[in-house]
Design a protein around this ligand. Structure first.
Ligand code: GAP
Length: 485
């Protein structure tokens, strides 16, 4: 797995092998915005498809939608984002650099920990959590002053007061730049689900409890956007809102907590790299919230959020739209009485696709060294991405460009490409081709050689172990299909 010492190498690797490029790189890039290259886009799609399938196909009470990024501006007034979607910020007057207050303090606490002052770090973080929970900005400023926390650029403690800063991007809709034409780029996909609650419930004849899932872009004007694709200004979310009876939220909250942790394990994340972190300061819409954290190369950080959102969002949309948003439940309660009309409660699961991508790549990235039989050292960089989500499943490599070997290889390619992503290559020595496939994360390579012509067998090479074995050409497709199931 990548660690803090080779994280820069992982970033370089992503660029070199077509995973992630800086956006508009030829113009020196755009901060915290990234493009996915040919391998990255495929891996991202595979992760997204895996999530979509496990939400919608494997749960018969969850359906998926695809709402637009632009929404009526009142949506964001109703959801509370216009008034509340902000972070406390502080500016250094000498460097003019703006920091999110919690990131500045956390960074300082990390430094103390690294210097062996674990207790001090703990105290600072506890004080910060308590002050954030009370929105005590003066107290946060005092904490920064008391600990003489410095700006990383100017190295001074010359700070402004702590202020709130709204994270939504806005743009204008239509030809005139009047205030009523301002629209926002959605900061979460969830609101597209809430405003479509009745549409989906009625047209799908959905019965509570049921869920609506969605994947799509979200935008936040993050102030401190760093750590590669961990915190971006344009990113993708995979969210599911689960609509339930009022009063049952804790039962479903615990259900989804366990379910989502299991799901992350099913995609290859070891359980010891995952943990729960309860929110101290709850968002304006939540009565309980927890993060599933992953141990990234730069420390434990949020990967997914699970939030009990009460009936806040549906009630707000009902109030602002003046349209009744309720559900009629004709099931009987324990007293034999129909539950009747109510505003459903919601438990949400929300994971960042880009963060999950980074999680998978961090785990997959390995620098390996070993001694060969002749005593010399060999090495490779390999991406051990789980086969079921790897961008390319099978590389088909004729040993030579002649003697009818490419023809056999092409035939195999035509047979397999209907079922999974394959890659064909006939250039370079075979060892070099294997290394390139290791670096891209292709789990299986098949080599067609002269023996293939004699006995219809090929060499299959396994990326993780580098073991090679002879198998029947006719069995290759089935063998790979079984491994990627
Ligand atoms: N609808 C609830 C919601 O949006 P959130 O905790 O703000 O909750 C959910 O975001 C997930 O979206 C996070 O756990 C994270 O994986 C991802 N995410 C949030 N901000 C992000 C950013 N700036 N860059 C990349 N991913 C982000």
């Amino acid at each position: 797995m990548a660690n803090e010492n080779n994280f820069a190498e992982l970033i370089a690797h992503c660029k070199e092998y077509g995973y992630i490029f800086q956006s508009s790189e030829i113009y020196d890039g755009l901060a915290a915005v990234y493009d996915y290259g040919q391998n990255g886009a495929q891996l991202k799609k595979n992760i997204r498809d895996y999530w979509w399938k496990s939400m919608t196909q494997l749960h018969d009470n969850i359906v998926g939608i695809d709402a637009a990024i632009f929404m009526h501006p009142t949506t964001w007034k109703a959801s509370g984002h216009v008034d509340n979607f902000s972070d406390p910020m502080i500016d250094n007057k000498d460097s003019n650099k703006r920091y999110r207050v919690d990131h500045l303090i956390e960074g300082f606490a990390e430094e103390q920990k690294a210097a062996g002052k674990e207790q001090l770090a703990e105290e600072i973080l506890n004080s910060m959590d308590a002050l954030l929970a009370k929105d005590d900005f003066a107290g946060l400023k005092q904490l920064i002053d008391d600990n003489k926390i410095k700006c990383a650029i100017s190295k001074t403690c010359n700070w402004t007061e702590v202020r709130q800063f709204n994270l939504m991007f806005s743009t204008q809709f239509g030809a005139t730049a009047e205030a009523e034409n301002i629209v926002y780029l959605r900061p979460e996909t969830a609101q597209g689900i809430f405003v479509n609650f009745l549409n989906v419930q009625k047209t799908g004849r959905m019965k509570i409890p049921f869920g609506i899932a969605q994947t799509g872009k979200a935008f936040r004007n993050e102030i401190v956007a760093r750590q590669f694709i961990f915190r971006m200004r344009e990113f993708e979310q995979m969210e599911m809102q689960f609509f339930i009876r009022p009063g049952s939220q804790m039962e479903w909250y615990n259900f989804w907590k366990a379910e989502r942790k299991k799901w992350h394990q099913s995609i290859g994340i070891p359980v010891e790299k995952l943990r729960f972190h309860d929110h101290v300061k709850l968002a304006h819409y939540a009565d309980a919230a927890v993060d599933i954290e992953f141990e990234f190369p730069f420390g434990w950080k949020e990967l997914e959020g699970i939030h009990s959102r009460t009936d806040f969002d549906l009630k707000q949309h009902q109030e602002y739209s003046k349209k009744k948003i309720q559900y009629f439940d004709n099931d009987l309660d324990e007293n034999g009485k129909a539950y009747g009309n109510y505003t459903p409660y919601v438990v949400e699961t929300s994971v960042g696709l880009d963060r999950l991508f980074l999680t998978i790549l961090s785990l997959a990235y390995q620098e390996e060294k070993w001694n060969k039989e002749d005593g010399t050292e060999d090495s490779r960089v390999v991406l051990k991405i789980p086969a079921k989500i790897a961008p390319t499943k099978l590389a088909i490599l004729p040993l030579l460009k002649r003697d009818g070997l490419p023809e056999i290889a092409r035939e195999l390619m035509n047979d397999c490409k209907q079922s999974f992503q394959c890659f064909y290559e006939e250039k370079d020595a075979i060892g070099k081709r294997y290394r390139r496939m290791d670096a891209i994360g292709t789990p299986f390579c098949v080599t067609i050689d002269h023996q293939t012509k004699e006995d219809n067998t090929v060499t299959i090479r396994y990326r993780d172990t580098m073991v090679q074995e002879r198998v029947a050409l006719a069995d290759v497709k089935k063998l790979v299909e079984e491994k990627i199931k």
